[in-house]
Design a protein around this ligand. Structure first.
Ligand SMILES: Cc1cc2nc3c(=O)[nH]c(=O)nc-3n(C[C@H](O)[C@H](O)[C@H](O)COP(=O)(O)OP(=O)(O)OC[C@H]3O[C@@H](n4cnc5c(N)ncnc54)[C@H](O)[C@@H]3O)c2cc1C
Ligand code: SF4
Ligand code: SF4
Ligand code: SF4
Length: 389
């Protein structure tokens, strides 16, 4: 049976919970807001299945894809709403048009982040856009398995470790499964997110029930200068208002990018280097300006790694602009492909301060750039400007 010696040995994929034949595993929240399995030893029959499906114990082989594209959905309105080039929506549409089912990540009514499934095109919007919070997988591997056994086409999207967990849970290959992951920086704590959102709304006098959109990757100031945006109405039937903050000014995104509150497993990720067994991996093509500058219109370019060449028929050129690129070009500015985030020395201090202070205050405290450093960086940029002239 699963015995966790260290928090980093569990990525929270829920595979063990769903596999246990006597349902004696439950996920319980720890003080940082992440969920871990707890076993009721009285009920456990010691079958060992929970260990067999664990992606930390059974890690896949590293892979190096040969087919890699820079990709843009030709529908600019979809691209505006997507985090990078809008490839996910295109794949989801293709699967739904064949009568298939799509699993992805959405907000619930409380703005918590969870997996869900859909089988009609309008609902793809719920999954569109990255949510920088760990999702609750719940029993969605089991539900996906049921659809697969019925012979329906299934697209399952998730973090690489969630895809590893799904593949181990299924324990056989299904031709009707399209497993999609992304290059993953790591997932922040759901508790920090909930606390942060509560404070963000309270500070601005916004009622949670009047919020109708939260975007971590709004492109209002462009793809590369993405923003955190909250859209709301003053009254339940009022007109739309919005608050938008560029990523470098938004506390939650700053703390995410500083790796302050990622899940412990993310600092020792079991699924880097495409170990998940997915059919495709999508990502932001951050290095596009060094490789194909004319392809970048600052509305978003995806990187698309193809691991299973049988899936390329889904990439129809009438809907998608594609340009081939090399592995070296693709990963040069995407460090998270091969390397996990470094564990910050202040992480423990962050969670201890969070016990007594607000999330915003705590994040700001640990992401504040000291005055000396700020002055130095101002001087450096002034020099750069002078040298350019
Ligand atoms: C937590 C996180 C970290 C990421 N880190 C990187 C990175 O370091 N480098 C990089 O290049 N790209 C990263 N990405 C991926 C990138 O942000 C885009 O999601 C990806 O390029 C797909 O963009 P798109 O335009 O095709 O589609 P979009 O419409 O933006 O696709 C959204 C897809 O992401 C899924 N999704 C959204 N939130 C979550 C979540 N919390 N957990 C699991 N699945 C989720 C949805 O189900 C959907 O499949 C990350 C995404 C997330 C969620
Ligand atoms: S060993 Fe079997 S019965 Fe015990 S917790 Fe694991 S899956 Fe459940
Ligand atoms: S990584 Fe997944 S399977 Fe392994 S212990 Fe954690 S929740 Fe269970
Ligand atoms: S960084 Fe690794 S462990 Fe963390 S969510 Fe991403 S794939 Fe999972």
């Amino acid at each position: 049976m699963i015995q966790l010696k260290d928090k980093k040995d569990c990525c929270g994929c829920y595979a063990c919970v769903q596999k246990c034949p006597v349902q004696c595993i439950v996920m319980e929240e720890d003080e940082e807001g992440f969920f871990y399995p707890t076993i009721d030893l009285k009920q456990c029959i010691d079958c060992g299945l929970c260990e067999k499906v664990c992606p930390v114990i059974h890690q896949g082989k590293e892979r190096r894809p040969d087919i890699i594209y820079a990709a843009k959905n030709r529908d600019n309105s979809i691209r505006e709403e997507s985090s990078s080039g809008g490839v996910f929506t295109l794949l989801a549409k293709a699967v739904i048009s064949q009568g298939g089912v799509v699993f992805g990540v959405r907000f619930d009514e409380q703005w918590k982040v969870r997996h869900d499934w859909i089988d009609n095109e309008e609902d793809i919007a719920f999954f569109r856009g990255s949510k920088y919070v760990q999702s609750d997988v719940s029993d969605h591997f089991r539900q996906a398995e049921q659809f697969l056994k019925q012979g329906r086409q299934v697209l399952f999207s998730g973090t690489p470790c969630q895809i590893s967990g799904l593949k181990l849970y299924l324990r056989k290959e299904y031709e009707n499964l399209l497993a999609i992951d992304f290059i993953c920086h790591g997932v922040p704590s759901p508790k920090v997110w909930e606390q942060y959102l509560h404070e963000f709304l309270k500070k601005r006098g916004i009622s949670k029930k009047n919020v109708y959109s939260v975007l971590f990757r709004d492109k209002i100031f462009g793809w590369k200068t993405y923003s955190f945006t909250c859209k709301y109405a003053k009254t339940p039937r009022g007109y739309e208002r919005r608050v938008s903050e560029p990523f470098y000014k938004n506390s939650f995104i700053k703390g995410f990018l500083a790796d302050l509150y990622l899940r412990p497993s993310c600092y020792d990720c079991p699924s880097k280097c495409f170990k998940s067994g997915s059919d495709m991996t999508i990502a932001d093509y951050w290095g596009i300006d060094d490789v194909l500058p004319e392809f970048n219109d600052d509305r978003g370019v995806s990187l698309l790694f193809i691991h299973n060449p049988d899936t390329t028929f889904l990439l129809k050129e009438e809907y998608l602009e594609l340009k081939s690129t090399t592995y070296e070009q693709a990963v040069r500015k995407n460090r998270s492909t091969e390397k996990p985030a470094a564990l910050p020395s202040e992480r423990d201090a962050f969670f201890s301060m969070l016990k007594n202070r607000s999330a915003m205050e705590t994040i700001d405290h640990f992401t504040r750039i000291p005055f000396g450093k700020r002055v130095k960086s101002k001087i450096k940029s002034l020099f750069r400007l002078i040298l350019k002239q």
